[in-house]
Structure formats: C-alpha cells, structure tokens
Design a binder for this molecule. Structure first.
Ligand SMILES: Nc1ncnc2c1ncn2[C@@H]1O[C@H](COP(=O)(O)OP(=O)(O)OP(=O)(O)O)[C@@H](O)[C@H]1O
Ligand SMILES: [Mg+2]
Length: 262
C-alpha cells in the first residue's frame, strides 16, 4: 500500500520552504490566454497551496488496478472523483474550477498539460488553467461519468456517444492519439458528452477503450439496460471494470464492459 500526504513533510524539497509561485503552464482553452487563465486561477491557487495540499491525504493501494482513495480532505474542499493517478477536488468559493492532484510518484502531469495546450478550445474538453507542483487547475464539468450514470440508472443519450466520437476526431486533428477513453473518463453535462481525462493522449500505441465502451453501449446498454431501466450495482460495475482492465492488459479485446474499463 502506498500512502502519502501532501503536508510539508511530504513536500518534494522540504528544505526549500513554500514553493514559489510559478507562471501558469496551462492550456488556453475557452479563449483564455496564459495570463488571463492564471488570473482566473489565482484565488484558487492560494487555497490549493495553503489549505488543500497541506491537509490532503491520498492513498494509492493498487496503483495499476484501483483508483486512489482520499483518506483526508481538508474543509471546505470536496472530493469530486478519483482515478488511478489523481484525485479531483473543488472549493465552494471557486465553483467553476477543480484541482486535479496527482498521487505522489504518479507520472503524467506534464503530459496532460501538454495535451490541453494542443487541444486548445473545444466544447467536449475541459480547459487547463494551471499546471505544476503536482496538480492541475481545470475547468469544472458538472454532471456524472458514464459509470456513475449506469450506477444511478440515469439515461445516457446517443448524443453523448456522438459528442465523444467528434471530440476524439478533433483530438486527432491536433496530432493527438486518444487513449483510455472509458466510462470513468467521459462525463455527461446537460445531455452532452465530454472527455474529462486526456492524460494519455500523447501515447503512441492504439487503445481499444473507447471502441469497447461503445460496443458495450450498443450491445448491452441500449438493447437491455436502458429499456429495462436497470441500475447497475457498484460491485457489478467494479467487477466489469477490473475484468476489462485485465483483458486489455493481456491484449484480449473481445469482452466489452458496461461503462468501459478504467
Ligand atoms: N474537470 C472535471 N470536472 C469535474 N469532475 C472531474 C473533472 N475531471 C475529472 N473529474 C472527476 O474525477 C475523476 C478522476 O479524474 P481523472 O479521470 O482525470 O483521473 P485519473 O487519475 O487521470 O484517471 P485514470 O485512472 O483514468 O487515468 C473522474 O472520473 C471524474 O469523476
Ligand atoms: Mg480517469
């Protein structure tokens, strides 16, 4: 089990004291320039440095299998979600932004910032306003992941799938290769689909995750789950997620999982 906090005892260079305030390295989605993006994020940056990082305790028990777990979240921060690399949190005073805090030692932050820079502005992606010091500041997406919509029995309209298809085509036009787009990395906001996790879009190899997610949507969700209005219980989703992950890792692509892998 790998447990780490972000308090001073865990700072990357404890002797260096509080980190300097580096310039924003974020992408310029939403028409924001680097300077205006930094301006929009500046209030939140203070809170991240003074409240969030010193108090946050996140744990990565099985880094290659399960999402990180937040053991301690300092008030008034709220945990919105967690992936295998990072936890995503918001502050009530800055409701349109989130902090994506990477678990210590987990790679990918610079790559994710670079992907956002290349993506620029597109309605099916978030925007990155700041990157550095182990976290990103992103635009907040409101809604649920496909995974959570299955769990809650909320509808997943066809339009969401089309939006993500369009987003991934767009990403390719920016020289990126969509990767790891599955049920926990797609959210539904006001009936539209958005891709929330672009951290692996610089990787070279092809990834079947979105094709598998769509197969599950067309063969399992649309003909069976949706008409019956079934909620998929969390344990079933977790078994499907782990199975899909294992099959992907062993190169067997034949079994789609509801809600995709992850
Ligand atoms: N911009 C956002 N606005 C709101 N919620 C978000 C946002 N980005 C991520 N989330 C939530 O946080 C969760 C984890 O974020 P994300 O998928 O980026 O982490 P990750 O560790 O990179 O994931 P992975 O294991 O897929 O690599 C998402 O599943 C989603 O629920
Ligand atoms: Mg993710």
């Amino acid at each position: 089990m790998h447990t780490a906090g972000f308090g001073p005892e865990n700072a990357r260079d404890p002797a260096a004291g509080p980190p300097p305030e580096p310039p924003a390295a974020g992408a310029s989605a939403g028409g924001a320039t680097g300077a205006s993006a930094a301006g929009r994020a500046s209030g939140l940056l203070q809170s991240i440095r003074r409240e969030l990082l010193p108090g946050l305790l996140i744990e990565s028990a099985a880094p290659h299998r399960d999402p990180v777990v937040a053991r301690r979240v300092p008030a008034p921060w709220v945990l919105l979600g967690a992936g295998n690399y990072a936890a995503v949190l918001c502050h009530p005073g800055h409701p349109d932004l989130v902090a994506k805090v990477y678990a210590p030692g987990r790679p990918g932050l610079e790559e994710e910032a670079e992907v956002y820079r290349r993506l620029g502005s597109h309605p099916a992606f978030s925007e990155c306003l700041y990157a550095g010091e182990g976290f990103l500041v992103l635009g907040r997406i409101r809604g649920e992941t496909l995974y959570d919509r299955l769990r809650l029995g909320l509808p997943i309209p066809e339009r969401v799938i089309e939006d993500v298809d369009g987003a991934l085509l767009y990403a390719r036009t920016r020289g990126l290769r969509p990767h790891d787009v599955h049920g926990r990395n797609v959210m539904v906001q006001e009936g539209r689909g958005l891709v929330v996790d672009v951290s692996d879009f610089l990787r070279e190899e092809a990834c079947p995750a979105w094709a598998d997610t769509k197969r599950a949507y067309h063969w399992l969700y649309r003909p069976i789950l949706r008409p019956l209005g079934l909620r998929v219980p969390y344990p079933v989703l977790e078994v499907a997620r782990r199975l899909h992950r294992r099959l992907r890792r062993s190169g067997d692509r034949s079994a789609p999982a509801p809600g995709g892998g992850g």
